[in-house]
Write a protein that binds this ligand. Sequence first.
Ligand SMILES: NC(=O)c1ccc[n+]([C@@H]2O[C@H](COP(=O)([O-])OP(=O)(O)OC[C@H]3O[C@@H](n4cnc5c(N)ncnc54)[C@H](OP(=O)(O)O)[C@@H]3O)[C@@H](O)[C@H]2O)c1
Length: 322
Amino acid sequence: MQYVKLGSTGLDVSRICLGCMTYGVPDRGTHEWTLDEEASRPLIRQALEAGVTFFDTANVYSDGTSEEIVGKALRDFASRDDIVLATKVNGRMRPGPNGAGLSRKAIMTEIDHSLRRLGTDYVDLYQIHRFDPATPVEETMEALHDLVRAGKVRYIGASSMYAWQFSKMQYTAERHGWTKFVSMQNHYNLLYREEEREMLPLCADQGVGVLPWSPLARGRLTRDWDTATERSATDNFGSTLYQEGDRAVVEAVTRIAGDRGVPRARVALAWLLHQDTVTAPIVGASKSGHLDDAVAAVELTLGDKEIEELERPYAPHPIAGH
Ligand SMILES: NC(=O)c1ccc[n+]([C@@H]2O[C@H](COP(=O)([O-])OP(=O)(O)OC[C@H]3O[C@@H](n4cnc5c(N)ncnc54)[C@H](OP(=O)(O)O)[C@@H]3O)[C@@H](O)[C@H]2O)c1
C-alpha cells in the first residue's frame, strides 16, 4: 500500500479508502444490498491486513448500523491511532424537525450519536454529506469549527456540491478564522467526469484533497454493460447516475484490461489514481477479490495511449449525485 498526505494537511492516508456504505444491516435504511455484520467483518479485516488505514462511513448508512459494524470491527482488529476514520452528517436520521441538515443543533447532536455508534472519542475526518441550502453557511462552519476545538473531530471535509457553494463555505470559514475543509468527497470516475470542469481545478488550486466516491461507477466499470448483480438490481440511487452512452467507456476499459490480462476494476481504479488531483478513491468491496483488485490497482501504471483510449469515448453528463 502507498500512503499520501490528505491535500495540504500533514495527515497520512492510504491511497485506497475503504467505503463502508457496503456494510450495514440490510433491512435498516435504504440500501437493501448491504452485507450484515458477519459478512462485513472479514472484509474490514482483509483491508487492514493489506495496509488500508482509511475508512469512510456516514451516520445515515443503513440507519447508523454501518457506523456500529465498522466501529466494532476496527476496535477489534486495529489500533485507533493507526487508522483514519471518516464519517458524515446531513442525511435524515429521524422524521420531523431537526432530524437532518447542517444546523448547529443537528451537527452537535449527530456527532455525539456517531461517536457513540463508532465507539470512539473522535472522528479523524468529519464530512458534510452535501450542501444544506436551508442553513446559513456561517452557522454550519462555526459549529464544525467548535467540534474541532472540542476535540471531537480532527479535520473537516465536504461532499458533492457545486464549486461555488464549496468556495462560499471555505471563504466564510477563512474570514472568521474558523477551520476550513481539507477534502472534497465527490462523484468522479471514468463514466462521470463533470467534476473536471470546476470542482477539481478548485481543489487543486486550494490544496484540497479529493476522495472520489463510487470510483467504479457502482460496479458498472467492472463488468459487461448489460450484466446485473444483486446490488445493481436494488441500487435505486445508482440507477439514476449513468447513461446508455457510457457503454463505450466500459468497452474501452474491457479492451485495455484484456490486453493487459488484468481485471477491469484495476484499470478503472488505476486511471483515477493517475489523476493528479485524486488523493484516494473510496472503493466499495462486497467480496474479497474486490479488495485484491483495489490494492493491486495502486501498483498498475497506465501508458499515455491507454489513458487517452479510456478518456476518448466520454460524453458529457447532466449533473448527477449532488
Ligand atoms: N459522499 C457520498 O455522497 C457518497 C455516495 C456514494 C458512495 N460514497 C462512499 O463511496 C464508497 C464507495 O461507493 P460504491 O460502493 O458505490 O463504489 P464503487 O467502488 O464504485 O462500487 C462498488 C461495487 O463495485 C463492484 N466491484 C467493486 N470492486 C470490484 C471488482 N474488483 N470486480 C468486480 N466488481 C467490483 C461491486 O459491485 P457488486 O456488489 O454489485 O458486485 C461493489 O459493490 C461508499 O462505501 C461510501 O463510503 C459516498
